[in-house]
Design a protein around this ligand. Sequence first.
Ligand SMILES: C[S@@+](CC[C@H](N)C(=O)[O-])C[C@H]1O[C@@H](n2cnc3c(N)ncnc32)[C@H](O)[C@@H]1O
Ligand SMILES: Nc1nc2[nH]cc(C(=O)O)c2c(=O)[nH]1
Ligand code: SF4
Ligand SMILES: [Mg+2]
Length: 210
Amino acid sequence: MTYAVKEMFLTLQGEGQRAGRRAVFLRFAGCNLWTGREQDREKAICQFCDTDFVGTEGTGGGKFADGAALARAVAALWGENRDLAYIVCTGGEPLLQLDAPLIDALHAEGFEVALETNGTIAAPEGIDWICVSPKAGSEIVQRSGDELKLVWPQPGSDVEAMEGWDFRHFLIQPMDDVRGEDNVRAAIDFAMARPKWRLSLQTHKLLGLR
Ligand SMILES: C[S@@+](CC[C@H](N)C(=O)[O-])C[C@H]1O[C@@H](n2cnc3c(N)ncnc32)[C@H](O)[C@@H]1O
Ligand SMILES: Nc1nc2[nH]cc(C(=O)O)c2c(=O)[nH]1
Ligand code: SF4
Ligand SMILES: [Mg+2]
């Protein structure tokens, strides 16, 4: 299939259990929980998104005819030495597009494949690291994976139910919005009250990375 990519760049993973790791970010265009248009934000299921995922005009973005072509572009960003080569598939919602042929093509180029998803679409087989970030008001079908990363505060979140899901790591991440420090405090209080959860900061924003 053809893949619509908003942008692609080499940076450090800023968030979650693997923060600090060198990674190519592959940001797919489009999401099922928001159109990405500001005038639609208030009626969207997910209203706090910090990302522009509309169109294919970003750095390294475009339409790619098949998995091999997209994997080649990803590999060119990483460079020749594929030891510990790591790609994070994000968006938008990557599971609208990420499929077995693309996963296979990325593996063939030597990449470990990570995913950032909202959890409303089941992940295909073969992904090496799955991060699910639930959004209140959506139904989570992907209830297993490597890390659950809950953006906080989100009224209406069933935290107790989440603690019963099958994840190796549980992370609580302050929502980046106008409330700023209040959300950081709320996330700290959450982690202090619930030892199962670790604080995740968006370190790329603190460091001025992409
Ligand atoms: C832009 S989303 C793309 C992947 C997928 N659609 C998802 O929601 O997980 C990437 C990550 O950023 C998080 N995120 C989005 N907006 C945020 C905000 N304002 N503050 C903190 N984290 C945010 C999401 O929850 C998700 O973990
Ligand atoms: N550096 C960096 N780390 C990230 N981790 C998750 C991101 C995302 O937007 O999915 C992200 C991002 O946009 N940049
Ligand atoms: S689900 Fe992810 S990409 Fe979609 S609007 Fe929410 S944070 Fe943004
Ligand atoms: Mg981001």
